[in-house]
Design a binder for this molecule. Structure first.
Ligand SMILES: Cc1cc2nc3c(=O)[nH]c(=O)nc-3n(C[C@H](O)[C@H](O)[C@H](O)COP(=O)(O)OP(=O)(O)OC[C@H]3O[C@@H](n4cnc5c(N)ncnc54)[C@H](O)[C@@H]3O)c2cc1C
Length: 405
């Protein structure tokens, strides 16, 4: 079946294809990710070879046409890969946004043909590392109000000056999307997006130490000093940056919701196994009602998150891209992951703190994903404003997007 998603038409996979893809990713997680997590963490750097392996499995290419090296399976398949990678080990699933959605899908949707051909195949194969730079030191939720990075036209180039904050994988990346103000007086309409290669003169990165997140993703400050970017590197048109960022988040939120679902499922499975093994006061701890309560609530949270994530993904595959749906899925799955990680850490008792188990990673990543791609509080505000009829969450969907050349 051929359908329209966003601006591109591609075939969706059958339920059988998607089941088979899930099994491939699950087996990869079981046999190649989990047994190697400690060695990868000890190496202390982004595991580029692992990114390439994940790319070879097709996890990053689900939403892309075969002509670019993708599988054209669709958004549901993309969500399955995000869920399974997060289930295997949450930090590795950051690649699903940078390599499989937020960066390349935005280039596919808004880029000129030459930009798409230059950057998308490398990103979705896992051979090139991508980054997405919106947040600045003065704020992320209000990224337009807080944006100080300026791009000023000078002949055939734009000259960029400013800083970005918390940018995933940027220090080891090849190319990314940088949002900046081209017309500071024009509010949302004064934001533009550029494709920036990391080796551009005037571009510096400084890694931010976040030991609680492990070392399989990096987070960075970026500094641009009189950095010249050819005008041909602009993504979309001048002043379209805000709309580009909003469309990137429609897909980014589905992916992060699927990652939260995978994390919640990992917490549930680990807790069930442990509650059936660990004994206290002469019985399995699963016999205690308070442990049963936490397990039952995790089961229900996982089941509800599954419905929201895959319901949204299937609607996207049917051409019904909805900011409201992706916001609700992101919010609920993020809360479910936090509840599940909290419960897992209680069920594991003192062992939750051991580096030999992933429980503290589950807790920290559940918290991180509650904040990334629009914080939980911000989703609450957006969802409530939509319900009150004050600001439709889907208002940005009404304006037709320009088809790429
Ligand atoms: C490890 C890591 C990786 C990241 N990766 C990236 C990346 O690759 N690219 C990128 O651009 N950004 C990235 N971020 C930034 C992330 O998206 C921001 O942290 C997030 O958007 C929140 O922005 P902030 O931290 O400035 O918090 P603020 O916006 O300052 O918010 C602080 C608090 O106020 C609340 N708040 C803000 N506004 C409202 C409101 N209107 N109503 C109610 N509550 C509100 C928030 O919910 C939050 O609780 C990353 C962050 C981290 C920690």
């Amino acid at each position: 079946m051929s359908v329209e998603t966003g601006q591109r038409t591609f075939a969706t996979a059958s339920a059988e294809d998607i089941r088979a893809l899930r099994e491939v990713l699950r087996e990869f997680g079981r046999s190649e990710i989990r047994p190697n997590v400690r060695a990868l963490e000890a190496a202390g750097t982004l595991p580029k070879e692992m990114y390439r392996r994940i790319g070879e499995l097709g996890a990053f290419g689900c939403a892309f046409p075969e002509s670019l090296g993708g599988s054209a399976m669709g958004i549901e398949a993309m969500a399955v890969c995000a869920e399974e990678l997060a289930y295997a080990y949450p930090p590795l699933s950051a690649g699903m946004n940078m390599q499989g959605a937020t960066v390349p899908l935005t280039i596919l949707q808004w880029g000129a043909a030459a930009q798409v051909e230059r950057y998308v195949p490398g990103l979705i194969s896992g051979r090139k590392i991508g980054f997405n730079a919106m947040t600045e030191p003065d704020g992320g939720s209000d990224f337009v109000g807080a944006m100080r990075t300026r791009a000023v036209r000078d002949g055939g180039d734009y000259v960029l000056n400013g800083s970005k904050m918390w940018i995933t994988n940027a220090d080891v990346a090849d190319v990314g999307i940088v949002y900046c103000k081209t017309d500071p007086a024009a509010g949302h309409k004064g934001v533009s997006a550029f494709l920036v290669e990391r080796n551009t003169p005037g571009f510096q990165t400084r890694r931010i130490k976040c030991s609680v997140l492990g070392s399989l993703m990096t987070t960075n400050e970026l500094h641009f000093t009189d950095m010249r970017v050819p005008a041909g590197q602009m993504l979309g048109e001048e002043g379209e940056g805000f709309r580009i960022a909003m469309s990137a988040m429609d897909y980014g939120r589905v992916v992060i919701a699927a990652r939260s679902l995978g994390l919640a499922r990992a917490c549930l499975d680990a807790s069930v196994e442990y509650a059936d093994l660990r004994t206290a006061f002469g019985q399995k701890i699963g016999n205690f009602q308070m442990i049963k309560k936490m397990i039952a609530e995790m089961v229900c949270d996982v089941a509800a998150a599954q419905e929201l994530v895959y319901g949204t993904a299937r609607k996207f595959d049917a051409g019904q891209v909805s900011t409201r749906d992706s916001s609700i899925a992101k919010f609920f799955a993020g809360e479910a992951a936090n509840r599940a990680a909290q419960s897992a850490s209680e069920i594991f008792g003192g062992y939750a703190f051991s580096d030999e188990l992933p429980i503290s990673i589950y807790l920290n990543y559940a918290k991180l994903w509650q904040t990334g791609e629009g914080s939980a509080n911000l989703q609450r505000v957006l969802i409530a404003d939509d319900a009150l009829g004050w600001k439709s969450l889907d208002r940005h969907q009404r304006a037709p997007r320009k088809l790429p050349q």
